[in-house]
Design a protein around this ligand. Sequence first.
Ligand code: DAH
Length: 343
Amino acid sequence: MDQLLQQIEEYKKEIGQFTNGDIKAVEEFRIKWLGTKGIVKSLMGEMRNIPNDRKKEFGQVLNDFKALVENKFEELKEGSRIEETAAGAGLDLSLPGDPLPLGSRHPVSLMRNRIVSIFQRLGFALADGPEIEDDWHNFTALNMPEFHPARDMQDTFYVQQNPDWLLRTHTSNVQIREMEKGKLPIRGIYPGRVYRNETVSARSHCFFHQVEGLYIDENVSFADLKQTLYFFVKEMYGTEVKVRFRPSFFPFTEPSAEMDISCTLCKGEGCSVCKHTGWLEILGCGMVHPNVLQNCRIDPNKYTGFAFGMGIERPALLKYGINDIRLFSENDVRFLQQFASAI
Ligand code: DAH
């Protein structure tokens, strides 16, 4: 036992003076303490000379010591390996670097950026609003009071804690939030995610994305709306594409319209994507209803404006030839990687 304690003392002294990072010294340390003829092994050999009643005590101390030395050796080995690399031994600077896989933009983001940037070039300012919204901003202020039938068209998710809260069903809530700020004129473009309680299928999802546009100033007319959207279509789909407006109804615009473009796949001939009509519906729009202006404390006798709203998923499906909307939210890298070089 004395001999063992003496060795432990010697070990401690030696470790105190050890030069870190010296590979040769680490190997010498191993041979001296852990080698087949090393000190730990020889102390193990002493076991049989220990009287039975002290074997347990001796064994315990020796085992602890052995573990201590082994751990130390691992630590020293690691230290010298790092030093070795840092010193440049075996480092070939001409080797190519490890490839870092780059992520890619999501097709919905790509499409959103394209849409937004076209309107930004016309001076529309980017803004966003909350996805958890109150009834006022999503419905009431948009001229859809309680029990208005138009509310049923958008199956709404409500927030359990507060019956006044919901997941916005469209980005039109941002129109209200921007108008309420009271700074005029407004020329804004508002992309974002929206939610509707719909059965998930290849064609529809319980969440998707929209882009909302709003322009409020003195003397804004329907002609401005049409010209703005013509510009958008030309930039987005090219000069060949034809445009048509159909009268429609939205509670927050009057008059209201829906805009179609000639089918980009069959060039208006008729195919399964355009359901053989030759046309694709791409957005809803109209002149902001005077009630909506009033709800936002804007004088409808002085100001007029137009608004429009469009989905992002459908144009993205068309542009990238995707046939299932669910792919957008499954996060399958095999799908996402295909957009690495897309714009
Ligand atoms: N909010 C409408 C929807 O989700 C789309 C829309 C239609 C937005 C007409 C507008 C608009 O701003 O003027 O179906």
